[in-house]
Every structure is written in structure tokens, then in C-alpha cells.
Design a protein around this ligand. Sequence first.
Ligand SMILES: [Fe+2]
Ligand SMILES: [Fe+2]
Length: 262
Amino acid sequence: MSALSPDGRWGGKVTSRPLPDARDELAALDPSLRETLAEIWWAQSATELRVAGSFGIVHEALAALDADAPLVTLSARAVDDEHRHAALCLDMASRLAGRALAPPPPLPPHHPHHRAALDEAERRSLYVIGQCALNETFANAYLTTAFRDTTSPLARAAIQELLRDEIDHSRLGWAYLSRLPEARRARISDWLVPLTLTNLREWHESATTHSHAYAAHGVPAADDVREALAETVREVLVPGFEHVGLDVRALSQWVRAGMPTR
Ligand SMILES: [Fe+2]
Ligand SMILES: [Fe+2]
């Protein structure tokens, strides 16, 4: 795991690289496929904007938890990153549609309340862990699958741009966990199954809805995403939580039971 630099960056950036000129690529696509892909990227723009709001909550949580300054700084940058992602997705949607599209209406805020949390500090910790170590790590799995299967140069450039930031966002969660006070570890360990289960269920519901028809154009197929998410639980989350000193026995048992999400 990379160390944070004093200003909270892992070689991050503040602007997107321009997408390649793709007029020839787009002109060769079937119009109905273009329209469908435009709708998918347009919807993704709304999701990215909602994640920007979630990172606002993560930022407040880290500040209130008196977390290390680089983590607080990085979480503020993540808000900007997600706004940039929303703009990038809207740009993709507009290019595919062949006209400038208006931004999608904002989605209602979405973050769990963790009513069973012991206190406000535990609740804030759960926001950070859920959004960064879980949601953004799953986002990496999704985008890595998308990148692997995409042949479109335009979509590959956009996915690469998103992926670069989401890796940093997940590292934020793992860095926070590695600094978790000893006194909190046992209770956070008890949260691993509900946190992972809920997050995985949301990914299943939102990201596993497409056939193989769009995989070459940046939208991975449902079965491939599900496989990548499951592999991430087994190969990244369980060993990662164990590495930072959490008790993963219950989580491992849930994995062995087939990762039921109901
Ligand atoms: Fe994003
Ligand atoms: Fe992100």
C-alpha cells in the first residue's frame, strides 16, 4: 500500500486528460447502440454526482474523527474527483448521442444510517469504511472488468480516467483502517459482514444489469461483473481486512456460505 504524501496525494491530479477525438469511431457505430450507450453514460453521470455527495459526508466524518490530515485532504479532493467524473460521463453521453445533453437530474442522497452503531464516532468510521474500502474497491473491480473487455478507444480512455481516481479513493479507506484505534477494532470487525453484504447487494442491483452486447463499448456484462465482485471479496477484502488487524472469521464464513446478500 502506498504511503500518503504530506498533501494527501498519491500522484493525483485535478483535471481530466482530454478524451481522444473519436468522430470516426462514433460514426461507425449503429445509431441505436449509440443511443443506448449514451443513456448508460448519462445515468452514470448522475451516480458519480451522488458519490460526490457521499464523499462530502466522508470528508466531514474524517474531520470530526480527527483523522490524519492527509486523509482529510484526500477526501476533500475526492469530492472534486467525483464531480469531474460526472462531467466526464456526461461528455461521453453527449459524444455518443451526437449532441450536448443536459446533466441528469440529481439522484436523492444515498448513505446508510448505521442505526446500530455504538456512537457517532463509530457511525462516522462506518461511513468511511463503507464508502472507501468497500464501495470504491468494488468500483475498481467493475472498472477493471470494463477496461479488460472494452475495445473502443474512446471508452477505454474514459474508463482509465475514472479508474485512476477510484484506486486512490479505495486506498483512502484502507489507510484509515490501518490507523484505526485498537479500541475500535473489535466492534468494526463485527460490522464486516453487514457492511460487505449490503455493499455487494447494491452493486449487484446497480451494475449487473447488462448483457454482453455492450462489453466492447465500456459496459461490462452482468455475469462478468458478478464474478469480479466475488473475486474482490475473496482476494482483496478478506485478506485486506485481516491485514489491518480485523477479525475476519465471520466474514470468511459468509464467503464460504456463497456470499448470500439476502
Ligand atoms: Fe467516481
Ligand atoms: Fe470514487
